[in-house]
Design a protein around this ligand. Structure first.
Ligand code: GDP
Length: 538
């Protein structure tokens, strides 16, 4: 018995040893498999395993309300992004957008990678940048490198100054970046307090923020105007610079920087005029402007359009953008990803109110102070546009419950309307309409949601701008959209989405009614205000 017991306990010990070694083998196998998985994941560009797992999960189930697409590797410089948590939207926004109709041109990707490398070479905290700043601040100005003939070891910069509302800022920032790409300048951004952390750093391994103390003048929108003595036009008129400067010693007399003033001017006589006046977008002027190492741009508009009209940039632009109608679509998605605070708002709202719907219709209603329209007239126009283009189901003119027959029909479609506006009334009216009345067909449920209604534009308040950016992105995630003509807020959303909206037209003020409720623009590109009447060049 005892021998038997001893025999059995030896057998049991043997079994335990076997089990332990099998467990060890399994653990080792799992560890090896996990390591392979991580190596593989970094090959596919997701340097953070968490992000990789997230992507797999989303790809498997299409993400909550999203498309089953992995983040766009070509667009995002993730491969070199060793801290993906710093900008979640870079990894997560792509699965919210509908699949794009506009493939990223390979040459543009090449140019972006080249730009990133150049920005790392010349950006803040580099020796070349310190040299450039000391030239900017010192009396030597452009003389040193011009005298040394040292064009390869210097860098050129374009400083972007924000002005006006967020939509205007995003349009002018993308235009300035396109200009930087074309002219091999480094884009540096002045970030006032109301824009702090609004956007992620776009270029890996460096910063696009200009340390304000590095610039010789106070950097804010008020410092720069059409009257600035550094304005290119003023310098030209005052004979401070002249056409025909060669690469010779005369370049030494160039002032420290040049300012390009590209703002929309509102004139009572001519209503609105874009300041694309003579000498701002002519080849001969740009040959001269290109001689400055430093330039400052302040603009409230999408001046990228004007660059396409200049012979000197046309060849490069043709290579970068085969589809001319998708310039902002590519560059905006690349450059302007919301920072994590804003992304948190976007994500929470999308998950909470929009993800579960079968279809999302976004609307942005902008009732501008300069031409106010009574809300009921605006609302009538919205409904007319929705009815004429079958964007929303019609409702019964009664609050009676639906008929037994309609009730039998399965409720098989949920439509979420994202209603954006500074005012609550459009949301309230539409919400009341679908709350009170059944739909005619009875098989669609419509819910209406508005994230915020701040009342007035407050572009110098950070929290306000964060809400605006969150809403621009939410709008861009919708399947279809209705926007208001003359509003850059909507232009940015449509271009990010790559979707042509239905655009509400301005009312005819004599009738207080828009004859045509809404139209679809020919492309997803932002409109320019107004058509640039170009330009008398030499
Ligand atoms: P535009 O003036 O219509 O061309 O558009 P901008 O975006 O340049 O300026 C309007 C500003 O008003 C926005 O940037 C926001 O600050 C604010 N705004 C206008 N509509 C909305 C809206 O629907 N939601 C939020 N949160 N802000 C809005």
């Amino acid at each position: 018995m005892e021998g038997d017991l001893r025999g059995r306990s030896a057998e049991a010990r043997e079994k335990r040893r076997d089990a332990a070694s099998s467990a060890a083998i399994i653990i080792i196998f799992l560890l090896v498999a996990l390591t392979h998985l991580l190596v593989l994941s970094s090959h596919f560009g997701a340097t953070d395993p968490l992000i990789w797992w997230q992507q797999r999960a989303y790809a498997a189930d299409g993400g909550p309300g999203g498309n089953a697409v992995a983040p766009d590797r070509l667009l995002s410089p993730d491969l070199e992004d060793n801290n993906p948590a710093a900008c979640l939207s870079r990894h997560e926004a792509s699965r919210r957008w509908k699949p794009t109709r506009f493939p990223m041109p390979p040459y543009l990707v090449e140019r972006l990678r080249w730009y990133e490398a150049n920005h790392r070479r010349c950006g803040p905290r580099t020796a070349l940048y310190r040299d450039a700043v000391s030239r900017l601040r010192s009396a030597a100005r452009n003389a040193d490198h011009a005298a040394a003939g040292d064009h390869h070891h210097t860098c050129k910069y374009v400083v972007w100054i924000p002005t006006e509302g967020l939509g205007n800022r995003m349009l002018s920032l993308v235009s300035t970046f396109l200009y930087a790409l074309l002219t091999d300048r480094i884009l540096l951004v002045h970030e006032p307090p109301e824009m702090e952390g609004l956007f992620c750093e776009p270029f890996p391994g460096t910063t696009w923020l200009l340390p304000p103390a590095d610039f010789p003048h106070k950097l804010d929108a008020a410092t720069f105007s059409s009257r600035s003595k550094e304005s290119y036009i003023n310098m030209l008129h005052n004979n401070i610079i002249r056409y025909g400067y060669g690469d010779d010693a005369r370049a030494q007399v160039l002032p420290a920087y040049v300012y390009l003033h590209l703002e929309t001017v509102f004139l009572l006589t001519a209503s609105v005029k874009l300041r694309l006046q003579n000498h701002t977008f002519c080849d001969e002027d740009h040959h001269l402007i290109n001689k400055f190492d430093w330039m400052v741009v302040k603009s409230d508009n999408y001046f990228a359009v004007a660059l396409f009209m200049m012979p000197m940039y046309r060849r490069e632009l043709d290579r970068m953008f085969r589809a001319k109608g998708a310039v902002f679509h590519h560059l905006g998605r690349y450059l302007l990803r919301p920072g994590n605070r804003v992304w948190g708002m976007v994500d929470r709202f999308f998950e909470g109110y929009l993800a579960g719907a079968d279809e999302r219709l976004g609307m942005h209603v902008r009732n501008k102070q300069i031409f106010p329209v009574p809300p009921e007239i605006m609302f009538e126009q919205i409904l007319r546009c929705a009815r004429e283009h079958h964007l929303l189901p019609q409702v019964l003119a009664t609050s009676e419950p639906p008929t037994a027959e309609a009730k039998k029909k399965k409720k098989n479609k949920a439509v979420a309307v994202l209603m954006l506006s500074l005012k609550p009334e459009y949301h309230d009216k539409l919400h009341a309409m679908y709350y009170t009345n059944a739909t005619v067909a009875g098989d669609v449920v419509v819910s209406v949601h508005q994230p915020s209604h701040d009342g007035e534009q407050q572009s110098d308040a950070r929290a306000h701008n964060e809400r605006a950016l969150a809403e621009i992105y939410l709008l861009s995630f919708c399947d279809r959209m209705v926007t208001t003509g003359w509003s850059t807020f909507g232009y940015v959303a449509q271009a990010l989405a790559g979707i042509r909206p239905w655009m509400l037209l301005p009312v005819n003020r004599s009738k207080m009614r828009a004859d045509v409720a809404c139209v679809r623009p020919p492309s997803v590109e932002p409109c320019t205000h107004p058509q640039p009447l170009l330009l008398t060049c030499q």
